[in-house]
Write a protein that binds this ligand. Structure first.
Ligand code: PNS
Length: 159
């Protein structure tokens, strides 16, 4: 079975990584797809976000990292993927996730979304929170994989 785990990953967090590790055990190939929406402004470029995912998943051999511009369902259709993985941190995530899962299933009948409950250790972590703390000089080391810490240091030094 092939599944995809789409997201902005701006940047990848330990919460994302936990979902990747758990989902990878249940499928043959897991495509972690870094999405790019031209209307959205990201902190890291698509290439940087992809590289950070690649460096963070070192050692998991059935995970493929990719990127995609446009509709999630187009990627799923082109890659013959029938399962979308998403993480749920709290009930506040549910409404948006339900809307997306239903819209995606209507756009591509048969495309199922499977939710992983985020480990409670990571239930409050979001990329938004990580970006805010990191750019204000706070310690994000408990929330993100090592390559992300280095990437923030580099980016902040260059800006
Ligand atoms: O990590 P995020 O920001 O919660 O991920 C949201 C994402 C990228 C999965 C979602 O916005 C998405 O699928 N975007 C691609 C465009 C698309 O297919 N939109 C319709 C979904 S109903």
């Amino acid at each position: 079975m092939r599944a995809m785990y789409p997201g902005s990953f701006d940047p990848i967090t330990l919460g994302h990584l936990d979902v990747i590790k758990r989902a990878a055990k249940m499928v043959d190939t897991l495509y972690v797809v870094v999405m790019r929406n031209p209307a959205k402004k990201y902190f890291f470029t698509t290439e940087e976000r992809m590289k950070l995912v690649e460096r963070s998943i070192d050692g998991i051999d059935n995970v493929v990292v990719d990127m995609h511009d446009g509709l999630l369902v187009d990627y799923a259709r082109n890659m013959n993927i029938k399962v979308v993985i998403r993480g749920l941190r709290a009930v506040t995530d549910f409404e948006f996730e339900l809307q997306m899962a239903n819209a995606n299933r209507q756009l591509l009948p048969g495309l199922e979304t499977v939710f992983f409950m985020t480990d409670e250790k990571y239930s409050f972590i979001s990329s938004t929170l990580v970006r805010e703390v990191a750019t204000l000089g706070g310690d994000i080391s408990q929330w993100v994989p090592e390559p992300v810490i280095m990437a923030f240091k580099d980016k902040i030094r260059r800006d």
